[in-house]
Write a protein that binds this ligand. Structure first.
Ligand code: BGC
Length: 455
């Protein structure tokens, strides 16, 4: 039998786990920054390169297409080469894209650099939560995975702030907007050399003594041996083939994961987050550019604060109640937002108040909660590939939402669009309530057993 390599009663170190989680979550900062930075940069890009409407859309969405691609390769790569190595690759891509997007001479070069950034975001968006879930002890796993969301919303806020500062620099400010992401990217790259590989991936690849060393530092030596036993037992039952995901029990897990991923997007939060200032400026009326940007900052701040609440409660109240509450609040918010647009013009303060309610509702549950559930409901040997499938679905839905919001609101009115997102919130509520199991406090192996029983 394997012995823990340190003294028999070595205790786990919370600091070690938090550090590993924080390092992985740094990619969330880049994720948030990269998706939000374009909001400010796009105004200058249009002028500099004389972009048409269509070219502007291409410039704005090239990152999102990269995300879909990144999510589709990261799973396979991380099952094959390890979580940490592929996170390191994503850090390099983040840095390359930050510099590439700061230096382009034309639209094509910019689009290429942003696409590469998207590949990094897509890879890291699935790998960071997955890695964190695989190194964390069950009792605080929700909170640690939610750190990633904390980093995402911090990145969004940081981008709004840096954009605002750099908007005073002149016509080349946008180059610095993109370049500034190189700093956290390089820090992320260096920090990754100081965190361990996932113990689950190590076990799966026959590197048990290394896995035990990591588990001992996380859980203490006696619990580490028990966990290693459970991991081995679970892996022994897995075929490792992606076909396993389509067997009755796991098929349900896959269905829930894809549904939650898609619904996180088509419930519409990113219309508020990406188009907030456009909605204010063009659809509310009586607004200046700076009051519209100011409204955006308020929204970013609420997003940030409500995520902190989620972090504290997710391991106490559980994923399910939080996700249901979140879908409920967001749903009410979307219906109310739709109703507000029946007034002509809708009062700005009312629209802002309802948007704040929507963002708070999303951030307290669906924002972090969906990523937590995606990272924990699949069996170890196919977790990377399975999470890839869910993440591709998420990014595809994100592209679909952001590309259709403006045309949808001209086709069925702004009210109609928000009511449609409201209906999606009801769907989200029902899927969580009726089909999603509670995973709070269970080890990843116990969660896996749950599906086997269901199958
Ligand atoms: C979502 C993003 C969203 C962000 C906002 C994330 O969980 O996946 O689409 O922009 O939260 O805070």
């Amino acid at each position: 039998m394997l012995q823990s390599e340190t003294a028999p009663d070595v205790r786990g170190s919370a600091l070690f786990v938090y550090l590993s989680a924080i390092v992985a979550a740094t990619s969330g900062l880049l994720f948030g920054f990269d998706i939000a930075v374009i909001n400010g940069a796009i105004i200058f890009l249009r002028e500099q390169f004389g972009l048409t409407e269509f070219q502007t859309e291409v410039a704005a969405s090239s990152l999102l297409f990269g995300c879909v691609f990144g999510a589709s390769i990261a799973g396979w790569l991380s099952d094959r080469f390890g979580r940490r190595r592929i996170l390191i690759v994503s850090a390099l891509l983040f840095a390359a894209s930050a510099l590439g997007a700061a230096l382009p001479r034309n639209l094509t070069e910019l689009v290429a650099a942003r696409f590469i950034g998207g590949v990094a975001v897509g890879m890291a968006s699935m790998l960071a939560p997955l890695y964190i879930a695989e190194v964390s002890p069950a009792r605080i796993r929700g909170r640690l995975v939610s750190l990633n969301q904390m980093a995402i919303v911090t990145g969004i806020l940081l981008a709004y702030f840096i954009n605002w500062l750099l908007s005073y620099v002149g016509p080349h400010g946008w180059r610095w907007m993109f370049a500034s992401a190189a700093v956290p990217a390089i820090a992320f790259f260096i920090a990754l050399f100081f965190v361990p590989e996932s113990p689950r991936w190590l076990t799966e690849n026959g590197r048990e003594s290394e896995a035990l060393r990591v588990l001992t530092r996380v859980n203490g030596s006696s619990q580490a041996l028990i966990e290693l036993g459970q991991i081995k037992e679970a892996i022994a039952e897995e075929t490792g083939s992606i076909r396993e995901l389509f067997q009755p029990g796991f098929r349900r897990a896959l269905f829930i994961a894809v549904a939650l991923a898609v619904l996180q997007q088509i419930t519409g939060i990113n219309t508020v987050l990406f188009y907030g200032s456009v909605i204010f400026k063009e659809q509310v009326g009586g607004q200046t550019a700076s009051s519209a940007i100011g409204a955006n900052v308020v929204i970013g701040l609420i997003n940030f604060l409500a995520t902190i609440v989620a972090l504290w409660v997710i391991d106490r109240v559980g994923r399910k109640p939080l996700l249901m509450l979140s879908a409920g609040i967001l749903g009410v918010g979307q219906f109310a937002l739709g109703a507000a647009f029946l007034l002509e013009p809708p009062p700005a303060i009312l629209v802002l108040a309802v948007m704040v309610c929507c963002v708070a509702g999303f951030a307290v549950g669906m924002g972090p909660g969906v990523w937590v559930v995606l990272a924990e409901i699949f069996p170890t040997r196919v977790r990377g590939r399975a999470m890839s499938i869910a993440t591709i679905a998420l990014w595809t839905a994100c592209v679909a939402l952001t590309m259709t919001y403006l045309s949808l609101s001209s086709a069925i009115t702004v009210t109609g669009a928000f009511w449609l997102y409201g209906v999606m919130c009801v769907t989200m509520f029902l899927i969580v309530w009726l089909a999603t199991p509670e995973t709070k406090g269970k080890t990843l192996e116990e969660i896996e057993k749950l599906w086997r029983k269901a199958g």
